[in-house]
Design a protein around this ligand. Structure first.
Ligand SMILES: Cc1ncc(COP(=O)(O)O)c(C=O)c1O
Length: 587
């Protein structure tokens, strides 16, 4: 048995080495302008020229793609070999660039939609779960106009909405979508348009978006540059597969790698934050040869097998097998047992390794600012010390930048940079695509090699549309200096919120950086009793005023302010107009 296993693993290793050598040879040949890549001077004549009679004729098709002006295959291949996973293989000796595809009508789909429509028509109107749709409370505007802050001027009117009303959508949602879905607000919003930091409901009412689709919209809703990149790419080619070359994915990988410190230069694309973290955890386990992972309490990393294990809040955990994860004390500066002393919390990680594992670990994963956990910034000094303990125990350090990346924290492009550490693996999603389903894992070439042991494959990860959009997002962030804006506007807003804390007992804590801010509400400042009901009430009132914010934290008593990074000082400064001057004394 041992012999069989030994032979199998030897084969895997030698296969991997052979593949890496092949890649090295390819790269070498590229830099030497190997004639194999310049297909015009190929030694083997293409089939067409050898024997024309043998070539099947293509059916007639009336479409000529626009001229291709992107980089040539050899250049894309060079970037792909340098910045994308070494586990990727491609079809053909001379891989093809697929630039354009043309759509065909699918009549079967139309028939299916008609069937759905007929079904929907037969839906009964009486669903008791929809009973709360007739409001009893007057909207705030009608109650007291003087209290309503004025929205900053914004020169945009959305087109008229012609879709179904909120009540109808809700009915379908309740009937056809997961019963686990919840919605914000007693009367859930039907948002139909978005423009930069504003959202519009079905009646054209404008809302200031201070939540950003959960820290996801970074450039602004429907930013024209991002939309243009998506539309252009969709018009040319929506999907091929990573088995062919495409410029969008290689160029985005290069651009992302340029934002990374040290040797973090190899990118794997995924479709979500969960997928990115799953992959990162698997790579850490493969690289280290250890299964045990340390994560911290109150963290959120996703909802698949390994990531649900690493997530440490019971609200997000189901009763399914989640092995090999150890949850260390949270370096929570507001509620944590050691206050802001990062070194004391870091000692707990040493203890977890010493008493909870065999002394070796696969890795450590943490957010620099816990988002779902209520915008909690890890205590200073914690990460450098923990990274050192984890590395001593043979593990890799993973920075989960799903919420805190892409300039959101203002002071830095990545959240981990504020702690003076360089991770071994960085994961990202949300802001990376301004709303596109896109995630990524960035690591070193050496760690990336672990995926060459077997085939690692992700059908949509790194698809042309998402990566073209992602590249446009990076360019907008730079062109519009959105990280700098997050710093300036975020600092101003935090200052204002902190001054509110002096006036209102209910505000227990104001925290965060840039445009990732949290306000924790408590009914008793000493006991830090979570003000859950009050949080829900204020959120409802703010919505009536036209301001959308998020909420989170273990107890659901923390406002999360994570707007698009184009949020302005005028948006941040929205406050009720001053009370009217007292009437003049009677003369
Ligand atoms: C820090 C963090 N990591 C991972 C995830 C999971 O990302 P996704 O929902 O895209 O799977 C989230 C989602 O909120 C997150 O906040």
């Amino acid at each position: 048995m041992q012999k069989i296993l030994g032979t199998a693993s030897a084969r895997a290793v030698s296969g991997r080495e052979a593949m890496l050598k092949r890649h090295d040879r390819l790269l070498q040949s590229l830099s030497n302008s190997n004639p194999r890549l310049a297909h015009s001077s190929s030694t083997a004549l293409p089939l067409e020229e050898n024997n024309d009679a043998l070539i099947p004729k293509m059916p007639q098709f009336d479409y000529t793609p626009p001229p291709y002006t992107g980089p040539p295959a050899s250049e894309i291949l060079k970037k792909r070999l340098r910045y994308l996973s070494p586990s990727f293989f491609h079809l053909y000796t001379h891989p093809k660039i697929l630039g354009t595809a043309s759509a065909r009508a699918v009549s079967g789909r139309e028939a299916m939609l008609k069937r759905h429509d007929r079904l929907l028509q037969s839906l009964s109107n009486s669903n008791p779960r929809l009973a709360h749709s007739s409001s009893t409370a007057l909207p705030l505007e009608e109650n007291n106009d003087a209290l309503i802050p004025k929205m900053p001027q914004f020169d945009y009117t959305p087109p008229p909405y012609t879709g179904p009303p909120a009540s109808e959508i809700l009915k379908k949602r309740l009937r056809y979508l997961s019963p686990s879905f919840f919605h914000l607000y007693t009367h859930p919003l039907n948002l139909v348009d978005g423009k930069m930091q504003y959202l519009f409901d079905e009646n054209g009412r404008r809302y200031l978006d201070a939540f950003g689709g959960i820290a996801t919209v970074c450039c602004g809703h429907c930013h024209p540059d991002v939309v243009e990149a998506i539309v252009n790419q969709t018009n040319r080619l929506q999907h091929s597969t990573i088995l062919y070359l495409n410029a969008a994915v290689a160029e985005f990988a290069e651009a992302l790698a340029s934002k990374m410190p040290g040797d973090l230069k190899v990118v794997f694309f995924t479709n979500s934050g969960t997928e990115a973290n799953e992959l990162a955890l698997m790579m850490a386990r493969l690289y280290s040869g250890s299964h045990d992972i340390v994560s911290i309490r109150n963290g959120y990393h996703g909802n698949a097998a390994a990531t649900m294990g690493a997530t440490a809040q019971c609200n997000y955990k189901f009763n399914v097998v989640q092995t090999g994860i150890h949850h260390a004390l949270n370096p929570d500066q507001y509620r944590g047992v050691f206050g802001s002393d990062g070194s004391k919390y870091a000692k707990d990680v040493e203890d977890v390794i010493a008493y909870g594992t065999c002394g070796r670990v696969g890795g450590f994963i943490a957010e620099a600012i816990q988002g779902v956990g209520g915008i909690l910034e890890l205590a200073a000094g914690y990460l450098p010390s923990v990274y050192s303990s984890i590395r001593k125990a043979g593990g890799l350090c993973i920075a989960d930048e799903v919420q805190s990346g892409f300039g959101r924290t203002g002071s830095h492009f990545w959240g981990f940079e504020a702690h003076g550490v360089v991770p071994d693996i960085v994961t990202m999603a949300k802001g990376i695509g301004n709303g596109l389903p896109l995630g990524a894992v960035v690591t070193t070439p050496e760690i990336a090699k672990v995926l060459t042991y077997r085939c690692y494959f992700n059908t949509f990860g790194g698809n042309p549309v998402s990566t073209a959009g992602g590249l446009a997002v990076l360019r907008v962030l730079e062109k519009e200096k959105l990280q700098e804006n997050a710093f300036a506007v975020g600092s101003y807003l935090k200052e204002r919120l902190t001054s509110l804390k002096e006036k209102h007992e209910i505000i227990g804590d104001v925290r965060g950086r840039g445009l990732m801010l949290g306000i924790e509400l408590v009914t008793d400042r000493e006991l830090k009793t979570p003000a859950k009901a009050e949080t829900v009430h204020i959120m409802e009132q703010m919505k009536e005023m036209g301001v959308l914010i998020g909420k989170g934290g273990f107890h659901g008593n923390v406002f999360r302010i994570t707007p698009p990074l184009c949020f302005t000082k005028e948006d941040a400064g929205m406050s009720p107009p001053p009370p009217p001057p007292p009437p003049p004394p009677p003369s």
